[in-house]
Design a protein around this ligand. Structure first.
Ligand SMILES: [Zn+2]
Length: 367
């Protein structure tokens, strides 16, 4: 007679072969009760194995579903929706603004010397605004360094499409372009030309000139921030900095933009006795976020409004530029609270690329 475990194996084999209890008992010469007892255990084992199989299948299904779903969720969560929401956030701030009603300082375009003569008073007004800007910010070390290189006298030009650029002097001064910083103003007709490309302020390296829309800028502190960002680009170009000619959106190229926006932030800080940076830091601290994108996603209109409250409300025209500066500054401050050194510099460059390419209007020829 076989030993117990051999007997069990034999019963199991016959059970699997679908023999009846009676057949098994008689073929092995054992009591039916023994076979019945063994069959109960056999059935229980099969059931357990089956439910384990179902559990495994279920788990596989969940893993497959996650593998398909998570990257999709991640993508939409981390990219598309952030940019969409930021756009909405920025827009909702803009929508609160009074509509822009004739914020242009020039109602007619500058066409020909005669009209220029008529408009001379306006040109003086624009030129004076540049001199006042120098007086407001020349204490800032970065601006002092620029003034040390390029001086602080401006040559005001007028962009008069389709005639081109006309250099002019203030009524009280003789025309003398030597050693002056050229700033070219334009009116509404210049705005949508291929040169200006709808930018209110830009540095045009082809002309070596900062182009400025002849608008009424409601808050001179913001005019300073915009203007000196562009003057920094001019300075970099004159200095033959690698960033001035680096490929569009490359790290080196973007590093100059980061510098331009950081100079603008310093100007806004200077004008608000650091209240601007304090508000930025407060907003960044109060959000619990695991990534920059997640932080940006948590920004709400009221966050941008708390920054905007520090200034005279902007015209609709400049809201877009203010919003871009707010979002970049918030990103840089959030990153600075978490990183340092070369890693921080690289993270700022990537933040600039993320935001500027989605929210701003930048192109290889203007910056
Ligand atoms: Zn720029």
């Amino acid at each position: 007679m076989a030993n117990k475990s051999h007997l069990e194996t034999e019963i199991d084999r016959l059970l699997v072969a679908r023999q009846t209890v009676r057949q098994i008992a008689s073929s092995l010469g054992i009591p039916r009760l023994v076979v019945e007892e063994r069959k109960k255990q056999h059935v229980a084992r099969i059931r357990a194995r089956r439910s384990l199989g179902w559990a495994f299948l279920g788990l596989t299904a969940i893993v497959v579903a996650l593998a398909i779903e998570v990257p999709h969720l991640y993508r939409s969560f981390e990219q598309d929706s952030i940019i969409e929401e930021l756009r909405k956030t920025a827009l909702s701030v803009e929508q609160d603004k009074p509509a822009a009603t004739s914020t242009w300082l020039v109602s007619e375009e500058f066409q020909g010397p005669q009209l220029l003569a008529i408009r001379a008073g306006q040109i003086d007004q624009l030129a004076d605004e540049l001199d006042r800007s120098v007086a407001r910010v020349e204490e800032i070390p970065e601006i002092q360094a620029m003034i040390a290189k390029s001086g602080k006298k401006f040559l005001v030009s007028i962009f008069s499409p389709p005639n081109g650029i006309m250099h002019i002097a203030k009524e009280s001064e003789a025309f003398d372009p030597a050693g002056k910083i050229e700033v070219t103003f334009f009116g509404p007709a210049g705005f949508n030309t291929p040169i200006v490309q709808g930018l209110y302020l830009s540095y045009q390296s082809g002309f070596g000139s900062v182009f400025v829309a002849a608008l009424r800028y409601p808050d001179p502190r913001w005019f300073d921030a915009f203007l000196w960002h562009e003057l920094l680009h001019r300075q970099k170009h004159l200095d033959h900095a690698a960033s001035a000619t680096a490929p569009f959106l490359s790290d080196v190229w973007a590093s100059e933009e980061v510098q331009g926006h950081e100079l603008a932030r310093k100007i806004l800080d200077h004008h608000t006795r650091q209240a601007y940076s304090r508000t930025l830091a407060e907003i960044a601290r109060n959000k619990w976020a695991w990534s920059l994108k997640n932080f940006l996603r948590q920004l709400r209109a009221r966050d941008l409004e708390s920054l905007e409250d520090l200034f005279v409300p902007g015209s609709k025209d400049e809201s877009r530029f203010r919003s871009s500066q707010y979002l970049l500054d918030l990103s840089f401050v959030w990153l600075k609270q978490r990183q340092q050194g070369q890693k921080l510099i690289q993270a700022k460059i990537e933040a600039y690329r993320l935001l500027a390419t989605k929210l701003g209007r930048i192109s290889p020829s203007t910056r």
